[in-house]
Design a protein around this ligand. Sequence first.
Ligand SMILES: [Mg+2]
Length: 269
Amino acid sequence: MIVLNESALKNLKNIKLFVLDIDGTFSLSGTLLPGSKEFITTLNNKNKHFAFLTNNSNKSIKEYIQEFKNYNIYISENQIFTAGIETAEYILKKFGKRKIFIVGTKAIKEIFSKYGHEIVENEDPEIVVITFDKSLTYEKLAKASVLVSKGKLFVLTNPDLNCPSKDGPIPDTGAIASVIEKTANKNPDIVFGKPDPLILEMIIEKFNVKKEETCVIGDRLYTDILLGIRAEVSTILVLTGEAKEENIKTSNIKPDIIANNLGELINYI
Ligand SMILES: [Mg+2]
């Protein structure tokens, strides 16, 4: 373990809410990472809150709950936050129920409908939302480009350019949106998800804790750690995913603590 901020390490015992990334932090390609299970057991034993936050806007909460069940870890719907779902909620809070054109899967459209938004295909929408769409077609890209060029509010659920897969990187929301940006010659109006602090502030509010009682844990400097820094909570980088020790030296995004894996943190919480 490398500690860059001694007081953050001492304060770990006072943390009431841990917000964890999933891919590369807790699990990788359907396998739990070392120490993950023990970490959750310790949090449960100490009555600490924890929640998972992922920029993946493709998977549903039910799918995550099932995935965790396979690891013998039982979590409730209130402990999983995805950029897709939080975007639907954010739009509702900020703009009310809206007519939306979504570049996304059937599952994400259903989520937006649940929040009271009207999902339109041929009618004139007020907002265009781009998500990690594995059912992407040229027609959807063309329609979104035309709408954005007409000045409709252009929203991305998350900024990620790629998503890791077992074969290599595949296009995520940011890359899909870049086609529309180039075509319409417009930048997005809202880019939700990590590292925008809004998503974390919504979670902190739901758990009713203070910022100094919250800690973000993740494997990416420019999403997970930057999110924590922007939201002014403590940050822990785990080296089980994307970031390696040498990346920390060259980056100006510095976590408070660097751990080899979640298991290393057990004695400090
Ligand atoms: Mg990750």
